[in-house]
Write a protein that binds this ligand. Structure first.
Ligand code: MRU
Length: 368
């Protein structure tokens, strides 16, 4: 996507041909800054501290992290240590495990002097494939938005509610939940996006709003608790969110608060779609609530908040009384029964075992 007229992906190889450049998302929306990763330690830090975040981008960064490790030392011990270090950075998004496995399989059996090149090639392939997948999700999701638009009073925009940031910043390009919105906007179909602020880290207010603002997509930031009210008053035509891990049965795990939106959507007859690239599907799981590990982050993200003051300085302030404990659950699981449909790169399907297996028959044996 474009930033001030320059096309960007969220991760790319630097001019030196080996170090990895990323957009430092902790500095948005107030500063657009890129930074370089030169070691696996830096890659792991970038994922853990959320300079990069979003399930697909976490996977792509981890893949490049393994390549950086093999550049320093292509031996087996280095490979295993780097894999383990990267795998523990964030527990919920399954793309991380998937991408690491893919690079490890690609380098397996390669002579030591070939491993680094093979790892870089595989990481680049993961990144390129993600772009194609997300573009395809955009096209299939556009069909959903078009169908909703056809049922509205002529001229009225489609009101879409989204949670967290599942835009191009969360992927290598295009995004998942926002890709259909970009495609619709590009086709001139009128859309308006309700952007949940997404406490505690405010990925909606900081990142989704920044993306939509940069691309001229009409949007309004709302507090996380506004969704139910908006839906009761007919102000939401459809919810579209992303997911960090999807079970073979169609349960979806996404940013904390997603489940409450799905409940409100069901109560108000609002369709609730989840957009996902297939590497987000964990075919080994059937019960998302029981089986998906939920990341718990530093309570400081709840007790404090960062923003820009009137002098332009970005600062952090404390919100809660000194001594009040806080808990910081990063994700929740929305059961498949609350999901209207899954928007994948292969099309839209029901959030059911048969729906997913119908689109991905090649995975049927893993899911059984
Ligand atoms: O904690 P984050 O910012 O990594 O969480 C991101 C999300 O919850 C996204 O909705 C999810 O990764 C899907 S992104 C395409």
């Amino acid at each position: 996507m474009n930033v001030n007229g320059t096309p960007y992906r969220t991760i790319w190889l630097a001019d030196d041909g080996w170090s990895v450049e990323i957009i430092d998302q902790t500095r948005l929306p107030h500063h657009f800054a890129t930074t370089r990763l030169t070691t696996v330690v830096e890659a792991a830090h970038a994922i853990k501290a959320m300079l990069v975040r979003g399930a697909p981008l976490i996977g792509a960064t981890a893949a490049y992290g393994l390549a950086l490790a093999l550049r320093d030392d292509p031996g087996d011990a280095s490979l295993v240590a780097a894999h383990d270090q990267l795998l523990t950075t964030r527990p919920t998004a399954v793309n991380l495990r998937w991408a690491l496995q893919r690079v490890r399989q690609a380098v397996a059996g390669q002579p030591l002097d070939r491993r680094m090149a093979v790892a870089y090639r595989e990481a680049a392939a993961i990144a390129d494939e993600d772009v194609a997948i997300c573009r395809s999700i955009g096209d299939h999701g556009f069909g959903v938005i078009q169908a909703i638009h056809a049922g509205l009073v002529p001229g009225r925009p489609v009101n879409i509610l989204t949670h967290c940031n599942a835009g191009w910043l969360a992927t290598v390009d295009w995004g998942t939940a926002l890709a259909p919105i970009y495609v619709a906007h590009g086709h001139g179909l009128p859309v308006h996006v309700w952007v949940d602020e997404t406490r505690p880290r405010n990925q909606g207010a900081s990142l989704t709003a920044w993306e939509l603002n940069s691309h001229g997509v009409p949007h309004t930031v709302v507090v996380d608790n506004a969704g139910g009210h908006l839906m009761q008053h007919g102000l939401v035509d459809v919810c579209i969110v992303g997911t960090d891990r999807t079970t073979a049965t169609g349960d979806v795990c996404n940013k904390i608060g997603t489940y409450l939106k799905a409940l409100a959507a069901r109560d108000n007859g609002v369709p609730f779609y989840v957009a996902l690239p297939s590497p987000t599907i964990d075919w080994t799981l059937r019960d998302g609530v029981a089986e998906i590990p939920i990341e718990q982050r530093d309570p400081c993200e709840v007790t404090h908040i960062a923003g820009r003051d009137e002098t332009g300085r970005v600062c952090t302030i404390q919100l809660v009384p000194h001594g009040s404990p806080a808990a910081n659950f990063g994700f929740d699981v929305t059961p498949a029964r609350l999901v209207t449909g899954l928007i994948t790169e292969r099309g839209v399907c029901a959030a059911t075992p048969d729906g997913l297996a119908g689109l991905f028959p090649d995975q049927r044996s893993v899911a059984a």
